[in-house]
Write a new protein. Structure first.
Length: 255
């Protein structure tokens, strides 16, 4: 099992998870692959690369982002398959950090052909169709996305919530009916379960509010789970898919 979605503290005011803590979490769980998928940001790339190499961990470089197309919004996680994929992520990140958003999924795909693409989880239009049990829209959407990337997967995310777990069962059924693959994507924002309060403080600072604000964009239980905890939440085939994807990603930084 490989965690393919990890935000670090370089996702500014969105995560307290330090790169050193990520490395330690991977080592404690005997994980030989580790992904860094900050939100819009590639600032931690070199630090992550060197610390992974020093600790005999295979680094996977990624980026989390959104696309607002017409009246729909979609979230994605991109993972670089090779050095060209990493260059693509740098360019995409630079565009996003310059406040130039993507208004077309096709445009994003054209700029990330050396990347694995995964849907981002539970906060977008695709998931709204899941809630509405709109099988036609789900299948049409994932088929379209699958045609845009050579390696495309739909995330099964946040199964620690009974509500999301039930919805994800329906999502997986419809996605497989469309002949598209799924993958477990836990969405890790901090190291330990008790670190949730640190994440909440950051979200309050970002909003200029306090941790007592019930409207904060904050989620509990987004911690780095061990293999046993993940096996209790996700199907074996979705966990195995994380290993397959990890082996696709082989950035060498051979510039």
């Amino acid at each position: 099992m490989v965690h393919l979605h990890n935000r670090s503290c370089y996702s500014l005011l969105e995560s307290p998870f330090r790169i050193e803590q990520m490395i330690q979490a991977a080592k404690e769980n005997h994980h030989t692959h580790l992904a860094l998928t900050d939100h819009h940001s590639m600032y931690a790339t070199m630090k992550f690369f060197h610390l992974c190499r020093q600790n005999n961990i295979h680094p996977i470089f990624g980026l989390e982002l959104e696309v607002n197309e017409n009246d729909y919004n979609f979230s994605f996680v991109l993972l670089a398959k090779d050095d060209m994929g990493l260059i693509e992520l740098y360019k995409i990140s630079s565009q996003l950090m310059s406040f130039q958003t993507f208004d077309s999924v096709k445009t994003l795909a054209q700029q990330s052909q050396h990347c694995v693409c995964m849907t981002g989880g539970t906060d977008d239009s695709l998931y709204q169709w899941v809630i509405k049990k709109d099988a036609d829209s789900i299948q049409r959407c994932v088929k379209t996305f699958s045609d845009l990337w050579q390696d495309f997967y739909v995330a099964i995310s946040m199964n620690d919530s009974g509500y999301h777990r039930e919805n994800n069962a329906y999502l997986k059924l419809q996605v497989h009916n469309a002949s598209v693959a799924t993958v477990a994507l836990s969405r890790n924002y901090y190291w330990h379960q008790e670190d949730a309060i640190l994440s909440k403080v950051l979200r309050a600072i970002d909003k200029g509010s306090t941790i007592k604000d019930d409207t904060l964009d904050f989620k509990y239980d987004r911690y780095y789970r061990n293999d046993q905890q993940m096996a209790a939440l996700y199907d074996p085939d979705d966990l195995e898919q994380t290993e397959t994807i990890a082996r696709m990603c082989n950035v060498q930084l051979a510039y």
